[in-house]
Every structure is written in C-alpha cells, then in structure tokens.
Write a new protein. Structure first.
Length: 352
C-alpha cells in the first residue's frame, strides 16, 4: 500500500433533539400542567489512536464523519435519547489541526488516546422548562442546538526510536533490511525509497526498538527539493539519529564529508530540535574496501568533520558491525527512556 502521511477530513457532530410541548392528561386531574421533556444531546465525534494503522490512506476514501442526532423529547417529562458518539480510528502519532484556524487540536501519541474534535449540540428545552407562576400553560419548546462542524488536517509523524539519515543510496534501506524484518526496495540508483519504512529490531528476549528509514535527503531538502522534506517530520519523534556515510561512493569526485555537512545544514534549516538530537556517525559499505584502507578513510572523515559523538564502521550488505550497532543503540535507549506523552487537550477539545 502506498504510504500516505497527510489527509483532510470533515467532522460534523449530531444536532440536539427538539424539546416537546405536552400536557398531562389524567383522570380526575383537570389541571395537570406541562410535562414536555427536553431533546436528547447530539452525538460527538472523537478521534482515537489505534495500534496497527501506519497510514492515513483510508481517509482518501471516506472523508466525512458525523455524529448521530439526538431524539426529540416526549411527554411525561421524558428526555429524548442522546445520539451515539462517532469514533474515528487514526494511526498513533497523528497531529490534528483545524484547517480553518490553524489551531493544533491535539497530538495522539498513545494507543487508545482519544480527542474530541466536534461536540454534539444540546437538546432543546421541553415546555416544562418554561413553566412559571405567570405562565402555567407554556406552549413553546426549544429547538436543539446544531452540532459543531470542522474541517481537519491530519498529519502523521511516525513514532520510532531510531531514525536513519543520509543521502540517496547511502545504504539506509540495506541497513534496515539487515537488522530487522522490514523489506524496503533496494537498488543501485538513487531514490529507491519513496516513502518511510519501519522495522522492529530485536536485540534479545523482550528487548527491541523501532527503526525508521526515510527517503534520502539532498541539498535544498528543507526548502522543498527532492523527497526528504515531506518526511523529515518523521524523525522528530526519534530519540537517536544514525547518520550514514558512504565510505566508497561510486563517483570518485564525491566528498563524503561535504555530503555529511549538507545533511546537517538541512536538519538545522528544517527544525532546531531535530538538529540537536543525539546523532551517531555510521560509516557504511566498508566491505567495498580493504580493512586498512577503510580504517584510514574513516579516520580522515572523522578528523575533517571534527566529530565528537559515537562512530561505528558497518556494512549493511554483509552485516559486519550491525550486531554491535544494535546492542549499542539498545543500551542507549534503555538509559534514555522516552518522556511521558503530553495530553492532547487543546482549547475546548480534550483527550480522554
């Protein structure tokens, strides 16, 4: 299925039911008085984060969701039945924005988290509510209030522990294939990855983490060049970034250090918090060189970059160094747990 990470939809809460005009009619009670009940509350519309969804593709087919209208009140002071609420399932990690105002309504990052996006209308008053000392037989009732209507913008930001960075053909897809069960397309030309891929990396019994592979970045990505700008947002929730550098690029004139600096510039232009994340340097494709030559080139790259963080030499194609990488990443994630999710409540909409 084609990955879809943005969608628009309309939500409309149910209208409140109409109030009832009614009077008691009982034997031997000539002045029974009003007994019309209120209308029922309209059903609200909620968004609910569920496990197992990783795309917003469903909203290309169904774009409008409505709550049920409340029923009208009836005699004997009976309130009308309230309309049923509507729950719309969305992927975990979805940011919800009001399209008209630009207000962020919520960010659903926990399974089962719900967000009220359209509140049902109140039911109208029955004529009992209008009874007073000077108006013993009111013959009026209230109309139910209309439910809220909204047009929403949904934006999915994948929740992964580890994100892969690098130019096209740096070996990101090959690496995620080597360490997880994910099977993204791999070929000897750029931009074989056209949408994000997620892989669960197992490091032993009960120990695993999620890795995200996004399309490769090129210079100008933060300004819209290439494919990466659409997917950089998926790295914002990660806890550590793995920056892959091709130690043996097919073009002899290519400079891995200049390429690495290009990626860093694009991160800073896109978002300061993304550039500030923990980042490790992975020098990939060492299987294409003799061990001594690979070590020499790696030291030169680290020296020119003035790199102070972790550095690892790996080969996604042969698996060399990937087991040590998995163990090191797992230790880091265990030592730096993810911060608790914030409430999705914004304004009069709220999370449950």
């Amino acid at each position: 299925m084609k990955f879809v990470d943005e969608a628009k939809l309309k939500v409309q809460a149910g209208n409140g039911g109409r109030g009832c005009v009614s009077f008691r009619r009982e034997k031997f009670v000539p002045f029974g008085g009003p007994d019309g009940g209120d209308g029922g509350l309209g059903g609200s519309v909620y968004l609910k984060a569920v496990e197992g969804m990783n795309t917003l593709a469903d909203f290309r087919i169904s774009r409008t969701y409505k709550g049920q209208n409340g029923e009208s009140g009836s005699g004997n002071d009976c309130t009308g039945h309230g309309g049923d609420d509507t729950y719309v399932s969305i992927p975990i990690g979805t940011v919800v924005t009001d399209q008209d105002t630009g207000e962020t309504l919520g960010d659903l990052t926990v399974e089962g988290q719900t967000l009220l996006v359209a509140k049902g209308g109140k039911g109208g008053w029955g004529n009992t509510r209008f009874k007073s000392s000077t108006n013993r037989t009111p013959r009026k009732s209230g109309l139910g209030l209309p439910g809220e209507k909204r047009e929403l913008q949904l934006e999915l930001k994948l929740i992964a522990d580890v994100g892969l960075l690098g130019l096209p053909n740096a070996g990101k897809s090959t690496l995620i294939r080597a360490v997880s069960a994910a099977r993204p397309k791999v070929a000897d030309y750029p931009f074989t990855t056209l949408h994000p891929n997620l892989g669960v990396v197992s490091v032993g019994l009960g120990r695993s983490f999620v890795m995200a592979d996004i399309p490769g970045l090129i210079e100008g990505a933060a300004d819209g060049a290439g494919l990466g700008i659409r997917f950089l947002k998926h790295l914002q929730r990660t806890r550590v970034l793995l920056h892959l550098i091709d130690i043996a690029p097919p073009d002899p004139s290519a400079d891995p250090v200049a390429d690495a600096r290009t990626i860093v510039r694009e991160l800073k232009k896109f978002a300061a918090d993304l550039a500030a994340k923990e980042r490790w340097l992975l020098i990939n494709k060492i299987d294409l060189l003799e061990p001594k030559e690979a070590q020499r080139r790696a030291k030169e790259i680290v020296r020119r970059l003035r790199w102070k963080g972790p550095v690892m030499l790996i080969s996604g194609a042969t698996g060399e160094g990937t087991e040590e990488l998995k163990q090191a990443v797992m230790r880091y994630l265990e030592e730096h747990p993810r911060a608790p999710a914030k409430s999705a409540a914004v304004g009069h909409s709220y999370a449950q």
